[in-house]
Design a protein around this ligand. Structure first.
Ligand SMILES: C[S@@+](CC[C@H](N)C(=O)[O-])C[C@H]1O[C@@H](n2cnc3c(N)ncnc32)[C@H](O)[C@@H]1O
Length: 230
């Protein structure tokens, strides 16, 4: 990011567009969350997926595309750090949590202590993205939609910044299996998840738009990809 951008650096390699840089819910569980989702058993037990399922899908967005990429709610890049290191796309990785962004920074700079020059880490709010309409060629967001009650608002804001002709990639957890339903409903009681949706309900967030959509379900995770019509 150049000095003319409206973002300020808060710590090495991490910029913010927020007044209040603290207080994100993931700040308090960043390390724990990142360790949990990196385990085989967690993904298999609760979602009946593998890390490979997530990485293969994310590779479509990050590696097998050309253009500018925005990842909303990038977290610590448990599934995606290698993909971001390998891509030649210019990428902005945005998250509300500074602690998650620090984990992302550590993973991205593991080789030589330097952040790759094509990657920018930005603290920001997914519901008020600091970009004009139609900015990015690729918008992706992994493991996020199910967190929010205002899911439609989240999707609308993500798609607002996608260029016509651009591609979007999302995956989200759903209640398609009993153990997923019980797990999500329990965590919803302590505000860890938003309203628990089925795969069809999640997909319906993308309907009634000028979009070409494809989706598939693995276990209880729905993978959605689309292209915004020109
Ligand atoms: C379940 S984690 C997923 C992280 C990563 N995408 C992955 O697949 O491992 C959700 C992430 O969304 C971030 N997040 C939650 N609310 C947000 C918001 N309003 N704006 C930006 N990021 C947010 C959290 O800080 C967290 O890093």
């Amino acid at each position: 990011m150049s000095e003319t951008d409206p973002f300020r650096q808060i710590t090495r390699g991490i910029y913010t567009c927020l007044e209040n840089t603290g207080g994100a819910s993931y700040d308090f569980k960043a390390g724990y969350y990142e360790r949990l989702v990196s385990t085989h058993w967690f993904n298999r037990l609760f979602w009946d997926t593998s890390r490979n399922d997530y990485q293969e899908f994310a590779a479509k967005a990050i590696l097998r595309t050309a253009g500018t990429v925005l990842d909303i709610g990038c977290g610590g890049l448990a599934q995606t750090a290698q993909l971001y290191r390998a891509t030649s796309n210019d990428c902005i990785l945005l998250d509300r949590s500074l602690e998650m962004l620090k984990i992302a920074r550590a993973r991205l700079s593991a080789d030589n202590g330097q952040l790759p020059s094509h990657i920018q880490l930005l603290q920001g709010n997914a519901f008020q993205l600091p970009f004009p309409d139609n900015t990015f060629d690729i918008v992706c967001s992994f493991g996020t939609i199910h967190l929010f009650d205002n899911k439609r608002e989240f999707v609308d804001e993500a798609l607002r910044v996608l260029k016509p002709g651009g591609r979007c990639y999302f995956y989200s957890m759903t209640n398609e299996r009993k153990i997923s339903r019980v797990f999500m409903s329990s965590l919803r009681l302590i505000h860890e998840f938003g309203e628990v949706y089925s795969a069809a309900q999640t997909l319906s967030l993308f309907h009634q738009r000028p979009f070409l959509l494809q989706s598939h379900l693995i276990g209880s995770t729905i993978f959605i990809e689309g292209r915004k019509m020109e």
